[in-house]
Design a protein around this ligand. Structure first.
Ligand code: NDP
Length: 341
């Protein structure tokens, strides 16, 4: 059985879905209450592959909210992730995806040091960040959508916001090795990590977000920002493809501007309906029976193949070969990158 550890994208989001999630008491409550809430299994899932194989899974709501980081409630945030992992393991889940901020918190706060949670010794090989599949899907979205907008990769400048991150660096590696993209712009805050990435790639311009945006034909947004940023669409090229793979979204508001196309990045669509309630409840997808985060799909793929191993783990270790491998499984079991604007 597989697991998905998820969280809602803001306090407001959490309050709006608390009733349906099975937390009626939480709908009126503020951050303190969510900080104290334990993780819970809130859905039972079954997925059928296009091969005919059927698997079962569970959805673990961690009760983490991005506001916990903004409010420096670090202990609460880390407890959410560790307790959700312990619950997944106690339920006997073989392979569980750490969705959204869960893996970022795990890495940034060195949670591998906490291997004992009450009477449970965490077995990290039962977990995956899902980032290899996410990076693969973002690259396939980029490759498929750019030509539709008349953007030729061989002449295009692609800016990656969050380039030094786990997903961002994998996207850079893929674009460098597997496409003829003309120029890469690398954006993040820590300059030494940017320089290390530039050295690894042997290319890429390091730029600030504001100066990079007007130069880019495509922007891949994969920064770990607890809140999205506002951008001025009039400063962008036309056409410009904005692939927003962040959760919560990196872009704060809906952008409606001629020639500017925003796409949900890192989202897949399954060929068959998935038997679950959670995507309908959280109200994040246009077709909740079929669309989901690529990181969640990674744990389903590992369960289909019975690869009970942390396929994606640690930071900046994703290779194009591993992206190929998970990509082949993705196609085999009926997942496709979301290609609608
Ligand atoms: P990482 O923590 O590995 O990397 C985050 C990157 O963002 C780093 O390069 C970091 O560099 C940069 N960054 C953070 N804040 C800013 C900022 N204010 N301005 C510019 N750069 C910034 O994260 P992941 O790669 O694991 O995840 C990236 C995003 O993808 C997250 O939003 C996550 O929730 C989402 N995600 C989506 C999935 C999906 O299925 N669609 C699956 C998993 C994650 P620096 O700190 O130096 O600025």
């Amino acid at each position: 059985m597989f697991g998905l550890i998820g969280h809602l994208n803001s306090l407001q989001h959490a309050q709006s879905v608390a009733n349906e999630l099975g937390y009626p008491d939480y709908a009126e409550q503020g951050l303190d209450f969510w900080c104290a809430a334990p993780p819970q299994i809130v859905d039972e899932i079954s997925v059928t592959s296009i091969t005919g194989q059927k698997i079962e899974g569970r959805y673990v709501e961690s009760c983490f909210l991005p506001e916990m980081l903004a409010a420096r409630r670090i202990k609460a945030a880390t407890r959410k992730v560790i307790n959700a992992m312990a619950l997944a393991q106690k339920q006997g889940l073989n392979i569980t995806a750490l969705g959204g901020f869960s893996s970022i918190i795990f890495e940034n706060f060195n949670l591998q040091q906490i291997s004992q949670v009450r009477n449970i010794k965490l077995e990290f090989e039962r977990f995956t960040t899902g980032n290899t599949h996410t990076a693969y899907i973002i690259c396939r979205q980029l490759e498929a959508l750019a030509p539709k907008l008349g953007i030729e990769l061989s002449k295009a400048t692609v800016a990656i916001c969050g380039a030094t991150g786990d997903i961002g660096s994998a996207v850079c590696r893929w674009l460098d090795a597997r496409t003829d993209v003309a120029e890469l712009i690398l954006i993040a805050r820590d300059r030494s990590r940017l320089q290390a990435l530039q050295e690894e790639l042997g290319r890429g311009k390091i730029m600030q977000l504001e100066e990079a945006l007007p130069c880019a034909d495509i922007v891949v947004w994969v920064a770990s920002m607890p809140k999205g940023v506002e951008i001025d669409p009039t400063t962008l090229k036309q056409p410009c493809l904005l692939l927003d793979g962040g959760y919560p979204k990196n872009l704060n508001s809906k952008i409606q501007h001629p020639g500017v196309y925003v796409v949900k990045g890192g989202i897949v669509e399954h060929a068959l309906d998935i038997d679950w309630r959670i995507m309908k409840i959280v109200n994040l997808m246009d077709v909740p029976a079929r669309q989901l985060f690529a990181c969640f799909a990674e744990s389903m793929l590992l369960e289909f193949e019975k690869w009970y191993t942390n396929f994606s783990w640690g930071r900046n270790r994703i290779t194009v070969e591993k992206m190929d491998l998970i990509g082949q499984l993705s196609v085999k079991h009926g997942f496709q990158p979301l290609l609608s604007f």
